[in-house]
Design a protein. Structure first.
Length: 107
């Protein structure tokens, strides 16, 4: 699962790619928008941490997934992914947000 941030794209700057891949989770930033633009684009779904990781709200993932999130199988897989992340310490205790690494992708 990849959250792709492309502030130069038409329409929404944030999209979810590979929504059915629960074995990998990351944020991909396309181009070179700068940290303020990335933080602003990501704000409805999560936040950037000072260490460069992102923390994504599970409700934000569901919103980005659109109709796929209505499928019970998808929701069960998301719950399993979040449970695994919790076992690794990748869930923010106060908010329940899941940690993701951020990758820069040149376009």
């Amino acid at each position: 699962m990849e959250i792709v941030i492309d502030v130069a794209a038409a329409g929404s700057p944030v999209t979810l790619h590979r929504a059915e891949d629960f074995g990998a989770f990351k944020v991909v930033v396309r181009g070179e928008p700068g940290p303020d633009a990335v933080a602003t684009a990501l704000a409805p779904y999560g936040r950037l941490a000072p260490d460069g990781h992102a923390f994504i709200d599970p409700a934000g993932l569901e919103e980005l997934a659109g109709p796929a999130a209505a499928d019970s199988s998808w929701r069960e897989s998301l719950a399993a992914m979040l449970s695994h992340a919790a076992s690794k310490g990748w869930i923010e205790p106060l908010t329940g947000a899941v940690q993701a690494h951020v990758e820069q992708e040149d376009v």
